[in-house]
Design a protein around this ligand. Sequence first.
Ligand SMILES: Nc1ncnc2c1ncn2[C@@H]1O[C@H](COP(=O)(O)OP(=O)(O)OP(=O)(O)O)[C@@H](O)[C@H]1O
Ligand SMILES: [Mg+2]
Length: 356
Amino acid sequence: MTENEVKAILSGVKYPNFERDIVSYDFVKNIEIKGDQIAIDLEIAASSQEIADELRANIAKAFSDKGHKNVVLNLKQPQAPKETSSRGKNLAPSIKRFVMISSGKGGVGKSTTAVNLAIATAMQGKRVGVLDADIYGPNVPRMMGLENEKLKSIGDRVTPLEAYGVKVMSMGVILEPAQALIWRGPMIIKTIEQFFGDVAWGELDVLFMDMPPGTGDAQLSLAQSVPVSAGAIVTTPQTVALDDAKRGLDMFVKMRIPIAGIVENMSGFICPCCNKEYDIFGKGSAEALAREYKTQTLGEIPIEEGIREGGDNGKPIVFHQPNSETAKRYLLAADRLWSFIENNQGDNADIQPTNH
Ligand SMILES: Nc1ncnc2c1ncn2[C@@H]1O[C@H](COP(=O)(O)OP(=O)(O)OP(=O)(O)O)[C@@H](O)[C@H]1O
Ligand SMILES: [Mg+2]
């Protein structure tokens, strides 16, 4: 056999779950032929054992189909990341569960959702905290009416603020501006670790983490610092927004954060005059996405003046108008989220991120 013949056979082996073959991905690093023995060095980017096993089996089959049994495969893969996802380390051991509220793009209502879900969960008797992890645009304190509160400390630790039965802390408030500047640099993990050590949260059943938009360093660093038990994606129903939502969901899959569901925000409009619900952006489109990612729609939250007003004035709708349709939907979403957290033992290992 020649090297080219070996390459031709390898070109017929697809990388598991992808359309392209392992040669075109440049995973084949070396081929050595000695008599009838073929030695192949393969280096892949995935740390997954399943992918390695599947590749081994497929390569062995491709060669044995052509009558070659004597193939030695030296497969190199990176070490599995130790500290990501729900089984990772916990820098804040007094907090039992962590929920990441994320979105592919900005302005879709993450902070509004995080605040109202947190209060709804507290209204159901849980010990709840909200972490505003958006250091560039921290607005959770304002949404909860805490923007003028001063932080207090006990010893060298900062006590979280509190409103509506929820403990609140904002990274943007506690971190020095200079730290914010190095946020994207190599100091990021250290900064987050320090942050968790600096805050006296006390015992909490759940901490909601309101993330900056997108899928960047903050998400990754948090997922490596605390065991994230659930991720929820906030999106608006327009198709363009759904593409962004996919990116957020893929991020959860890659970080092995269990996906609790999708909140479709600004889904329909409830008229304040007649209480009739109007479909503006096309309601219900998150449902197909939820099915694709084997998850659920946690709630469809309408566009409502009271939501924006509540946000601007620090009077969250779920607390101040608990009988409104919107408040009921937040309460239901919080319920669904809580059941997911209680019941979910698995992870997303069987979902493949789509390629963007
Ligand atoms: N369902 C809704 N009805 C009416 N207004 C809403 C609704 N959801 C959010 N808003 C308003 O839209 C604006 C953006 O919401 P919010 O700040 O929660 O988004 P975000 O995703 O956190 O944004 P960013 O990406 O900048 O952090 C706010 O003024 C908020 O009050
Ligand atoms: Mg926000």
